[in-house]
Design a protein around this ligand. Sequence first.
Ligand SMILES: [Zn+2]
Length: 102
Amino acid sequence: MKIKQIFQRLFGSNKGKPISPQGGMQADKSEMMQKVLTMLSNTQDVEMTCDEVFAVLDQFAELAAQGEDVTQLMPLIQQHLDLCEDCREEYKVLEKIILNTA
Ligand SMILES: [Zn+2]
């Protein structure tokens, strides 16, 4: 999930909101930042980035190949794989390699 998409998700619905020309934008901006910061600090609602997933994906694939319950062990990775096609492809490649060398 890219930050841009997070912004779109958070603020996309506010498009029609009128912005007063004097100081209104400034207030809106800090309100926006507050929302983003709140969201980013709430890790349960934030998907991991592809970089973060790539960093642990080989471990994840290995555990999965060993029959571990990765959905329980690494729920955020599983969640990301469900949403991100790029990482899912990468995971499939890793899984194949692991299964072939096992
Ligand atoms: Zn990804």
